[in-house]
Design a protein around this ligand. Structure first.
Ligand SMILES: O=C1C[C@@](O)(C(=O)O)C[C@@H](O)[C@@H]1O
Length: 194
């Protein structure tokens, strides 16, 4: 799996100079091989994989309270993220479980591997101190997502145990929340390495 490059990859001519598919040459190299001529700053990230973890009842998306969660199924969200990841050379580990312990194990594994997580913990968002501790304990980089606007709903959904240990939170955009979270993951990884 190649590392992420938010650009076309250059080809190398016989003389060793780099040229993009559109004919533009590599204009500068800041010393670590990721300076592309059309950009003023390095734009390479070494992020190789993204985890998308989904909690209880999200397997029912599509038929579950569509007025709140929309008509997209979890499989269609997975397909959309997989295509976006593939086009960027990233592996996607997409999982769903109705069991808190599964989510904790997956968060630990991704966190210890240094790989970012897009996390929709479902109702565990509002109840699970154990999940919060897993994020903190494994130093996991988490972007919390929700399909619905949890702050426009019942009071018990307004508190999240995840938010204080997340890098950021995206909610209220339906299935688009996931795509926005992936963009945020990539932007954060890119920024942290430039
Ligand atoms: O299961 C869910 C879905 C949810 O996480 C969302 O994506 O909007 C919001 C939670 O409050 C709820 O328990």
């Amino acid at each position: 799996m190649s590392s992420l490059r938010i650009s076309t990859l250059p080809r190398f001519g016989r003389d060793g100079s780099a040229v993009f598919a559109d004919g533009l040459p590599l204009l500068f190299d800041p010393g670590y091989g990721c300076g592309f001529g059309r950009f003023s700053s390095p734009i390479e990230s070494h992020m190789r994989a993204v985890h998308c973890l989904n909690g209880p009842n999200l397997n029912l998306l599509g038929s579950r309270e569509p007025e709140l969660y929309g008509s997209a199924t979890l499989a269609s969200i997975q397909a959309r993220l997989a295509a976006a990841c593939e086009s960027r050379g990233l592996a996607l580990h997409f999982r769903q479980s109705n069991h808190e312990g599964d989510l904790i194990t997956w968060v630990q594994d991704a966190g210890l591997a240094g790989e970012p997580i897009i996390l929709n913990a479902g109702a565990y968002t509002h109840t699970s101190i154990a999940l919060r501790d897993a994020i903190k304990g494994a130093n996991a980089k988490v972007i919390e997502v929700h399909l619905s606007n949890i702050h426009a709903r019942e009071g018990f959904r307004h508190h999240s145990h995840i938010s204080p240990v997340a890098q950021g939170v995206i909610f209220g955009f339906g299935a688009l929340s996931y795509s926005l979270a992936l963009d945020a993951c990539i932007a954060l990884a890119t920024a942290s390495e430039s």
